[in-house]
Design a binder for this molecule. Structure first.
Ligand SMILES: Nc1ncnc2c1ncn2[C@@H]1O[C@H](COP(=O)(O)OP(=O)(O)OP(=O)(O)O)[C@@H](O)[C@H]1O
Length: 302
């Protein structure tokens, strides 16, 4: 389990992480989601003792990272796959990590196999690795000590579609066996398919959190009609919030409530359904809108 409590990080007058609190539970994949520069990497770096917090703290399995006697056996970390020593081979990097953790040599071969790096690739210098191969090596390093907790910063970066599927299956299996997985991404779709729980961060602050199912439900209802003005007026009169998106409205209410408002207003609907994944994306963009570099215009009423 990972517990983050009131974590704040200031760089001079700039607050990169602002009073962030959340937990990542065993047996679940927790997606840490936010646009570029939201504070995901900084939060993760603080968790594993690479950056000191200005205030607040993070615990892994009940202890601060710095207090873990052999951290690699408790928590596997992948923060920057390109930060490995470029002049060493993948096998050398794993062997040194295994020695540091006091693990048998056989563990290195097992992990190379686990991440599908061939013996030829394992003997190649890391400077000649593709980004995807570096990610695989980074995941092998994280898994080496068979830790109960994984902290992975954008682990799907550089992986091809088959690689993404492979990683998703690996992390799912890991969580299903009781592991705690925290992984970050700025891409909702990447996280949406694998995460059980979501923590959404924007401008250093947590803007939403909960199970994926809860957040999907909160994404509301998608409704379409040929008479948008009348429906919009009826929704405003019913005090329901909505956003217009590509000729439809996404309403912050259940489909049955929206259907009743439309019926009372005498509006014929052409579509009425839970907003699901597309709604979650809209919600993610809205929640983090202030930190998006490319904001799109939205017709928010009420
Ligand atoms: N050492 C530092 N000094 C000053 N500002 C920093 C430092 N490290 C990070 N920041 C700032 O803190 C903010 C959060 O950065 P962070 O790398 O945590 O974002 P992120 O959510 O991981 O983004 P991305 O998805 O782009 O990786 C950014 O505005 C960044 O410029």
């Amino acid at each position: 389990m990972i517990k983050v409590e009131s974590l704040t990080k200031k760089y001079g007058g700039f607050t990169a992480v602002d009073d962030v609190s959340f937990t990542a539970q065993p047996g679940r994949v927790t997606g840490f989601l936010g646009p570029n520069g939201a504070g995901k990497s900084t939060t993760m770096r603080i968790m594993v003792g690479l950056t000191p917090a200005s205030s607040g703290h993070a615990e892994i399995a009940g202890r601060r990272y710095a207090d873990l006697p052999n951290p690699g056996l408790e928590v596997g970390v992948l923060l920057d796959a390109s930060a490995q020593h470029a002049g060493r081979t993948g096998r050398e990097i794993l062997t040194i990590a295994a020695q540091t953790m006091g693990l048998p040599k056989g563990r290195v071969d097992a992990m190379l196999e686990r991440v599908s790096l061939t013996p030829t690739e394992a003997n190649r210098r890391v400077r000649n690795y593709s980004l995807g191969m570096r990610q695989r090596l980074g995941i092998a390093t994280a898994l080496l000590g068979d830790p109960a907790v994984l902290i992975l910063d954008e682990p799907a970066n550089g992986l091809d579609p088959a690689g993404i599927r492979w990683m998703r299956d690996l992390l799912r299996g890991y969580a299903d066996q009781g592991g705690t997985v925290l992984l970050s991404s700025h891409l909702l779709h990447e996280i949406e398919v694998i995460a059980d729980d979501l923590v959404v961060i924007g401008q250093g602050r947590i803007v939403a959190g909960g199970t994926k199912a809860e957040l999907l439900a909160a994404a509301g209802t998608l409704v379409r009609t040929r008479d948008l003005p009348t429906l919009s007026r009826a929704l405003v009169a019913a005090d329901l919030h909505f956003v217009e998106s590509t000729g439809a409205l996404r309403v912050e209410a259940d489909p049955d409530v929206v259907g009743e408002v439309a019926l009372a207003a005498g509006v014929a609907l052409t579509e009425l359904r839970s907003a699901d994944g597309a709604g979650l994306e809209e919600m993610f963009l809205e929640l983090t809108a202030e930190t998006q570099r490319d904001q799109k215009s939205e017709g928010v009423a009420a």
